[in-house]
Design a binder for this molecule. Structure first.
Ligand code: ADP
Ligand code: MG
Length: 704
C-alpha cells in the first residue's frame, strides 16, 4: 500500500470551499438554491447569500483565515486582490466579532480608478464592482500574509462594462453553450442540457538561483535578460527534455504539487522542457472558467514556492535570447453535461457526420478569424517567440494529422468519405514488450493549432498571460460557425443532404488553413503568403484585429464584447506594450551606463597597465594590445548605441499615447535596444569573467 497516494487523496481540495464542503455545511435548501445558481444561472437572493457567507466564513476561520479578498483578473496581467479582515467594529466590551455578510460575498467595490479601463470609465465615475462568480469555488490561500479566503470574482464598471478577463470568458461560454446545444439537437440529441468548453493548459517556466537572479537588474525589472552571450553549451543536445529532474528542482516540484492539490488544482504532469533550466507543469483539464482561475493559481504558486527554495521562477516568454522560450499549450474541447466530447471523432470519423460538421465549423472559424486568435496570444514577451525560429510561427494554421487529413481529402475529391485510416499496431520488435496500438495520428510540434486526438491544442499563448483571452476567442468564433451552420440546417428540407453539402462547402472554402508540414520552415512562410493567410509579426500589428468591423460584429452578435469594450481593450494593450518596452529600454540604459561600461572601462585600464608593464619587461605585448584595441572598439560602439537608445526612448515618451506611441516603441526603440545589446554581448565574450558585473547565461542556466 502506498501511503503517499493516500495522503494525496486526503489533502486534495482541503482548502477549497467545494461541493462536498457546501453539501456538508449548508442547510439543504440553501445548498439547492446555490446549485441552481451555479448550474442554471438563477439569481441568488440576499437571504441565501447571507447564509452561504456565514458558513464560508466559519469554514475559512477554521482554516486560519483572518481576511477575505475578492480575487479578480484586471487587464494588467496579474491577479488583483485587496484584503479585508473579518472583524467588525469593536463592541462596547472592547472585543470584536468576526463577520461576513452575503452582500460582502456577492459584491465588492475596489478602488477601480487605478486599474486600466481604456477610457471606459471617466474618472468622475471611477467606480468598479467585483461580483462573485459562484461557478468557480472559493479557496483559502496561505502565504506570508496569513490565510486568506479568496473569492473568485468578475470585475465590471458601474455601467456594466467588463474590466477584466473573466466577464467576457463567462459570456463566451454562454455563447458556445447555446449554439452547441442547437447543433446537437439537429443531430437528434435531446438529452444533453449544457455544453462547456474544457481546457487544459500546459504551463512552461524557468527556474534560476535566487542569488544569481538578484545580481541581474534586467531580470528583476523586466523578467528577462536584456544582455547575455550564449554559453558554450546551449540546448543543441536537447538532453534536458524529459531528462532526469535534478534533486533541487524535484523537491521544488513536490512542494508545488502539494500546495496545488490542497487548492483543488489537479496538477498532473511535470517534466523538464527543451531548454536547460526549463520545466513544465500540466493540470488535468477542467471547465474553461475554472481552468483559467487554476492557471492563475498555478503561476502564483510556482513563484511563491520558488522563493521558499532559494529559487526564482521566470514566467517570461523569452527570458534568454537564443534559448527556447516558454509558452502555454491551451488544450481545448467542448463537452456536454452528460459526457459527450464533441471533438471526439470516434474510431471511424468518416462515418461520424456530427464530428465532421464540428470539424468543418472549426476550420471555418479559425480561417475567418485567424487574426483574432493571433491577437489573443499577443504579448510583449511573445514578440520574441512567435515567428522566431523555434516557436510556433505567427501564421495561424491547423494541423489535422494523417487520419483526418485523409478523410478531408476524400470529402473534397469525391464528396464522399468511405473509410478512415487507422493506427494499427506499433511493432516494438522485442518479444517481451507488448505491441502497442498506435494513435491514428503522429504528433506535430510545429503547428500553432493542432488536432490531438479529441481536442485542439492552441500553442501560441504566452507563458505569462492569462489563458482567458484565447479561450474567449475560441469559444466565440466556434459559436459563430455553429450558429451559421444551424441557421442553414434548421431550415433544410432534407437534413442529410444539407449537412453533407455544408461540410463539403466549408472544407472547400477553408482548406487553405490546413497545414500538416513543418511550421518552422521558410517554405511555409512563402506558401502561407500564397494562400493569403495573415502573417502578423508583432503585438502592435496584431492589436488592430480587435476593432475591425468583422470583430465588432462577431463579439456584438454573441454579447461577448461591445464595440466600446473592444476599443478599450485595444487601447489598454497599446498602453501595456508601450509601458513594457519603456521599462526594458530604461533598464538597459541603466545597466549599460552604470554597470557594464564602468566595468569595461576599469578592465581596459588594467589591460593598458599590463601592456605597458609587459613592454617594459621587454616582452611581446601584442596579444594584450590587440585585446585592448578590440575591447576599446566595442566600448566605443557600446557608448554610441547607448546614446542612440537614450535619444529614441526620450522621443518615445513624447509621442501621442496609444497606437502611435506603441508603434514607435516597436519600430524604433526595440531596434535601438538590439543595437546596444550586440556590442555588449560581444564584450562579454572577451572580457575577463571576473570583472563582468553580472552572472552569465551559463551561470544562470546550468547551475540551478
Ligand atoms: P498531449 O500529450 O496530447 O499533449 P496530455 O494528455 O499530455 O495530451 O494533455 C495535455 C493537457 O490537455 C492536459 O492538461 C490534459 O488534461 C488536457 N486534455 C486532455 N484531454 C482533453 C480534452 N478532451 N479537452 C481539453 N483538454 C484536454
Ligand atoms: Mg508541452
Amino acid at each position: 500500500m502506498s501511503s503517499e497516494w493516500l495522503s494525496v487523496a486526503e489533502i486534495f481540495g482541503e482548502d477549497v470551499f467545494n461541493d462536498a464542503v457546501m453539501q456538508e455545511r449548508l442547510p439543504k435548501k440553501v445548498y439547492k438554491k446555490l446549485k441552481q445558481t451555479i448550474e442554471e444561472g438563477k439569481e441568488l437572493d440576499l437571504e441565501t447569500a447571507d447564509v452561504i457567507a456565514h458558513e464560508m466564513k466559519e469554514w475559512a476561520i477554521e482554516k486560519g483565515a483572518t481576511h477575505y479578498t475578492h480575487w479578480f483578473q484586471p487587464l494588467t496581467g496579474v491577479t488583483a486582490e485587496k484584503h479585508d479582515s473579518f472583524i467588525s467594529a469593536p463592541l462596547p466590551s472592547g472585543k470584536v466579532l468576526m463577520s461576513f455578510s452575503g452582500k460582502e460575498l456577492i459584491k465588492g467595490e475596489p478602488d477601480a480608478s487605478s486599474f486600466p479601463s481604456g477610457g471606459l470609465r471617466a474618472t468622475f465615475e471611477a467606480r468598479g464592482y467585483t461580483a462573485w462568480d459562484c461557478t468557480s469555488p472559493a479557496f483559502v490561500r496561505k502565504d506570508a500574509a496569513g490565510a486568506i479566503l479568496c473569492i473568485p470574482t468578475a470585475f465590471c464598471s458601474y455601467t456594466g462594462e467588463a474590466l477584466d478577463e473573466k466577464t467576457p470568458l463567462l459570456r463566451s461560454m454562454e455563447a458556445i453553450n447555446k449554439e452547441s446545444i442547437r447543433l446537437l439537437r439537429l443531430f437528434g440529441n435531446t438529452t444533453s442540457k449544457k455544453v462547456t468548453p474544457s481546457v487544459g493548459p500546459e504551463q512552461e517556466y524557468f527556474l534560476v538561483d535566487a542569488k544569481k537572479f538578484l545580481q541581474r537588474k534586467d531580470l528583476i525589472y523586466t523578467g528577462r535578460t536584456l544582455f547575455g552571450a550564449m554559453p558554450p553549451k546551449g540546448q543543441e543536445l536537447d538532453d534536458h527534455y524529459f531528462g532526469t529532474i535534478r534533486q533541487r528542482v524535484a523537491s521544488y516540484m513536490k512542494d508545488v504539487n502539494e500546495e496545488l492539490w490542497k487548492l483543488g488544482v489537479a496538477a498532473k504532469t511535470q517534466h523538464n522542457e527543451v531548454a536547460p533550466a526549463q520545466h513544465e507543469l500540466a493540470p488535468i483539464y477542467a471547465e474553461a472558467n475554472i481552468a483559467v482561475d487554476h492557471n492563475q493559481i498555478i503561476m502564483k504558486t510556482l513563484k511563491k514556492v520558488a522563493c521558499e527554495h532559494g529559487l526564482k521562477c521566470l514566467l517570461h516568454e523569452k527570458p534568454f535570447a537564443g534559448v527556447n522560450g516558454s509558452g502555454k499549450h491551451n488544450n481545448w474541447s467542448i463537452t456536454t453535461d452528460d459526457g459527450i466530447n464533441m471533438l471526439d471523432p470516434g474510431k471511424t470519423p468518416h462515418e461520424n457526420v456530427q464530428f465532421l460538421l464540428v470539424l468543418a465549423c472549426i476550420l471555418k472559424a479559425v480561417d475567418v478569424h485567424a487574426d483574432l486568435l493571433r491577437e489573443s496570444a499577443a504579448d510583449p514577451g511573445n514578440d520574441h517567440r512567435l515567428g522566431a525560429n523555434e516557436a510556433p510561427p505567427a501564421i495561424i494554421s491547423i494541423f489535422l494529422g494523417e487520419q483526418l487529413q485523409d478523410v478531408v481529402e476524400q470529402l473534397l475529391s469525391t464528396g464522399e468519405a468511405t473509410h478512415s485510416l487507422n493506427g494499427g499496431k506499433l511493432q516494438t520488435g522485442v518479444t517481451t514488450l507488448p505491441d502497442l496500438t498506435k494513435d491514428a495520428t503522429d504528433r506535430n510540434r510545429t503547428s500553432p493549432f493542432a488536432f490531438t486526438g479529441n481536442k485542439f491544442e492552441f500553442r501560441m499563448v504566452g507563458s505569462r498571460d492569462s489563458i482567458a483571452g484565447s479561450n474567449v476567442v475560441l469559444n466565440t468564433i466556434v459559436a459563430e460557425a455553429f450558429a451559421e451552420a444551424c441557421d442553414v440546417l434548421e431550415k433544410a428540407d432534407d437534413f442529410d443532404t444539407a449537412v453533407h453539402s455544408l461540410i463539403k462547402e466549408y472544407l472547400t472554402d477553408h482548406q487553405r488553413i490546413i497545414f500538416n508540414g513543418n511550421g518552422y520552415s521558410d517554405e511555409w512562410v512563402a506558401e502561407a503568403e500564397k494562400r493569403g493567410l495573415p502573417n502578423i509579426k508583432s503585438m502592435v500589428e496584431a492589436i488592430p484585429a480587435l476593432t475591425t468591423d468583422k470583430a465588432v460584429e462577431l463579439f456584438g452578435k454573441f454579447g461577448v464584447f461591445t464595440k466600446a469594450e473592444l476599443e478599450s481593450r485595444a487601447e489598454i494593450k497599446y498602453e501595456n506594450y508601450a509601458k513594457a518596452i519603456n521599462i526594458e529600454a530604461k533598464a538597459m540604459i541603466d545597466i549599460a551606463a552604470k554597470q557594464i561600461i564602468p566595468a569595461v572601462v576599469k578592465y581596459t585600464k588594467e589591460l593598458a597597465d599590463t601592456v605597458l608593464a609587459v613592454k617594459e619587461a621587454g616582452a611581446d605585448a601584442s596579444v594584450q594590445a590587440e585585446m585592448l584595441a578590440d575591447i576599446s572598439g566595442l566600448l566605443t560602439e557600446t557608448k554610441a548605441a547607448l546614446k542612440k537608445l537614450e535619444a529614441v526612448t526620450e522621443e518615445a515618451a513624447g509621442k501621442e499615447e496609444g497606437k502611435v506611441q506603441s508603434e514607435f516603441y516597436h519600430f524604433s526603440v526595440v531596434p535601438a535596444m538590439e543595437g546596444l545589446r550586440t556590442p555588449v554581448d560581444e564584450l562579454e565574450m572577451i572580457v575577463d569573467k571576473e570583472v563582468w558585473p553580472m552572472p552569465s547565461y551559463g551561470d544562470l542556466l546550468f547551475e540551478v
